[in-house]
Design a protein around this ligand. Structure first.
Ligand SMILES: [Zn+2]
Length: 388
């Protein structure tokens, strides 16, 4: 049975007042990442909905950060993993200071677009599919608590669940123009430490070996790597060094990041950075690089393109023209992509100005986006995506 998407959109549209009340309840809870009480409260509200739906719900408790909830529906068939996060970037008191308000079709409020509207979109889509007794295959939903700080407590779980999935759908907000996201850059963080030789700047200047000067040469060579690969950017964002103006400095340090769309490019750029850091301009200085891959690239594979085409076809049925774009920012989609599974992101209601006082969602996008999500889940369950 192929789902009637316009029917689904009409049912969600009829429930829109209820959806907006739910969104108001969620947005009125301060749930900054370190606000465990608030984040847990959001998790409980979502978890209650999955309980009522007959899902198998588990709660992964954390002592300091918020709890992550996992809900599962269906027993067999292709597996869809749905991702949403319950934390926001806002400090306690923001919800009371800026309660949700509507201006025309736009609804403003902290954490609406990023991403309580997307969390609720998952709930509403699954409620409708279950009421229709639609084929879900197996659906796993994760609402994690710490995405805004890089998901330290939940990234292992996301990776593990992604390994079992056939497709991963992330409900971060749709772009302001309705675009969805099919690729996100990966990020490597590099901490560079340079050692030189200290000396009195007036008496023994010739005995000194300036760590700052060596770092300056190094920074120009590192920044010159920009442009070598089209999908890679490098940025030295912080430098520090020296103690006093009359001392040749014996230490300096820099923090940089490398972003790349393709895993191979990221690895190649890391190698180039290591080689560059190993190369000395001033004798008797020394430099070391500490490299960490913070986010794996969510790169656009053939399997991703299959999902994009599927979303575009379903979108056309709903009168949505969908373009899938790449972005430089990371999300939990990057972690899921590391499992080698196709990931589509930005599937939540359309919104903008995330992480700012003007954060909003476009109310008119809720019904079609929830219907699109229903269509994707049903199509994946029916075998529309090649299994890996
Ligand atoms: Zn987000």
């Amino acid at each position: 049975m192929r789902l009637d998407l316009t029917g689904a959109a009409a049912r969600v549209a009829a429930r829109l007042p209820e959806y907006l009340r739910d969104l108001d309840s969620l947005a009125s809870i301060d749930s900054g990442t370190y606000d465990k009480v608030g984040v847990d409260q959001v998790a409980s509200m979502l978890s209650d909905r999955y309980d009522r739906l007959g899902a198998r719900v588990s709660r992964h408790r954390h002592d300091v950060l918020g709890d992550t909830i996992v809900a599962e529906l269906g027993a067999s068939g292709p597996v869809t993993l749905l991702l949403g996060h319950t934390d926001t970037v806002y400090p306690a008191g923001t919800a009371a200071m800026r309660p949700m308000r509507r201006e025309g079709d736009l609804l403003f409020g902290p954490g609406t677009a990023d991403m309580k509207a997307g969390d609720l979109a998952i709930v509403y889509a699954l409620e409708d599919l279950v009421a229709l007794d639609a084929n879900l295959g197996r659906v796993i939903v994760i609402h994690n608590s710490d995405e805004e700080i890089g998901s330290p407590s939940s990234r292992g779980l996301i990776r593990q669940m992604a390994e079992t999935a056939d497709a991963v759908l992330v409900l971060e907000p749709g772009r302001e123009n309705g675009n969805i996201v099919a690729a996100r850059k990966g990020i490597a963080r590099v901490d560079i430490t340079v050692r030189g030789v200290a000396a009195h700047a007036g008496v023994n200047h010739n005995r000194g070996r300036s760590a700052i000067l060596e770092l300056a040469y190094l920074v120009t060579r590192l920044e010159a790597l920009n442009g070598i690969m089209p999908d890679v950017t490098l940025n030295v964002g912080v430098i520090q060094g020296g103690e006093r103006v009359n001392v040749v400095p014996d230490h300096a340090s820099a923090e940089m990041e490398i972003r790349a769309l393709e895993p191979e490019s990221l690895q190649h750029a890391v190698e180039l950075v290591r080689e560059t850091v190993a190369w000395r301009t001033i004798a008797q200085t020394n430099a070391e690089a500490d490299v960490r891959i913070e986010h794996w690239p969510m790169h656009r594979t053939a399997a991703t393109n299959q999902l994009v085409v599927l979303a575009q076809g379903l979108g056309a049925d709903l009168g949505l023209s969908i373009t899938a774009v790449a972005t430089g920012g990371a999300s939990d989609g990057n972690t899921a992509a590391q499992a080698g599974k196709p990931v589509l992101d930005g599937l939540g209601p359309v919104g903008g100005n995330a992480h700012s006082p003007d954060e909003y969602i476009d109310v008119t996008s809720v019904a079609p986006r929830v219907a699109l999500l229903e269509g994707l889940v049903e199509a994946i369950a029916s075998g529309s995506v090649t299994r890996h």
